[in-house]
Design a protein around this ligand. Sequence first.
Ligand code: ATP
Ligand code: MG
Ligand code: MG
Ligand code: MG
Length: 486
Amino acid sequence: MRTAEIKRRFLAHFEANGHAVVPSAPLPAVDDPNLLFVNAGMVQFVPFFLGQRTPPYQRATSVQKCIRTPDIEEVGKTSRHGTFFQMNGNFSFGDYFKEGAIGLAWDLSTKSVADGGLGLDADRIWATVYLDDDEAIDIWHKKIGLPLERIVRRGKKDNYWSMGIPGPCGPCSELYYDRGPAYGKEGGPDVDEDRYLEFWNLVFMQYERGAGSDKENYPILGELPAKNIDTGMGLERIASMLQGVDNLYEIDEVNPILTRAAEMTGKRYGQAVSHVASESHPDDVRLRVVADHVRTALMVIGDGVIPSNEGRGYVLRRILRRAIRSVRLLGWREGPALPELLPIARDCMSPSYPEVAAEYDRISSYAYGEEERFLQTLTAGTTILDLAVTETKTKGGKVLAGDKAFQLHDTYGFPIDLTLEIAAEQGLQVDEAGFRRLMADQKAAAKADAQARKTGHADLSVYRAALEEGGPVEFTGYREVARESR
Ligand code: ATP
Ligand code: MG
Ligand code: MG
Ligand code: MG
């Protein structure tokens, strides 16, 4: 089943069950100062959950574009983490609660394809619940009929949600799908989260949390007067399950980019005999990184972010540069790679997001421009870094000096993450603490300089010269203006 069709069925299911269909918010999280990018479907509904605004509907559903930068290191190495992905969600604002949320998720997941469902095999679904959430266990077991062996109790880290501040919080229940012995070890999600693939998280906003900075230990003040539901189903994850592929880089909306990257670099994708993601060939991992990152860059620039050295722009820059470097590590030497790859990403995504085709000139000019700049940086920086690596190794050293990393950053604009990556490939560590110290020193110096300017160490000679030439000038502003306005 194509990704676009899964999305359509998801929205249709919830619309038929009284949910208002709400469009995705743009990727930049402009209303939340603590968040660069929207990372879940619920982000645009936060004011409703916090009771700051009254929702115009009691039930809503959406397919939200998400970015999760913390997952960047997982990309390609697990079967299930993208930097960009789409989160299908359904939300209840003081309307249905646990039983409704579990029932709606179960129905869509297991209803046959002919009847408009997703047709998952009910015997392969597992559920997790929070430690003491017997109410959820009862619903799963008695109402849905899930055997107790496939219901797992889990602790705060996985199965409890809060926003990290006083406000709503509560237990979660997650749905997992057993992909079978070819994908890993038996024993449920506690044993292997790649074989047992989490595809849907149901959050029950049931309690009010008090203050406290400890992530897992904060006071619970009591039950919320109005209880809410927030769920998120990974569209790419369910697509990988329904399309019978090993991971989310091989689904219809991503695979063509991966295939093009393999063609360009002459690599054969899928070299490992195993389906287990952690046993993948390094080239396969790189091809997945390329495919994921190119798609992410397309969507991020599409939503108005441009490469820069801070905030969202820096995340984008890092993602673009990782994509470009990965193609080069795969052996590509023919100049810019993005003109080969980005159009494929556009063609994958434009059926669902026509704006990436309509805006392609703008999107591609930022992406291609960034690649040009980066290739210049790479040429200059790599030569210096290679020299430093050889020098360190000849001396029998294992650690690249912090001032080398700093020089690369400061003089050549060579990002530290790249230095770390290249050094690691050469079996070297980097004195990161030393690097950070030099960065801090530089920052402090810049600050002192700015301060000096403010407090009058500035060059006043121009004013002095003017004074000597024309003598003191009487300030007549108030008088003149007053006269004019009469
Ligand atoms: P995992 O434990 O696999 O990292 P998660 O528990 O962090 O997932 P949630 O925060 O519960 O994920 O998000 C809700 C759903 O969104 C998940 O059940 C999953 O289907 C999907 N999802 C989460 N992170 C990603 C990602 N990086 N790429 C693709 N889908 C994701
Ligand atoms: Mg995660
Ligand atoms: Mg999880
Ligand atoms: Mg989860």
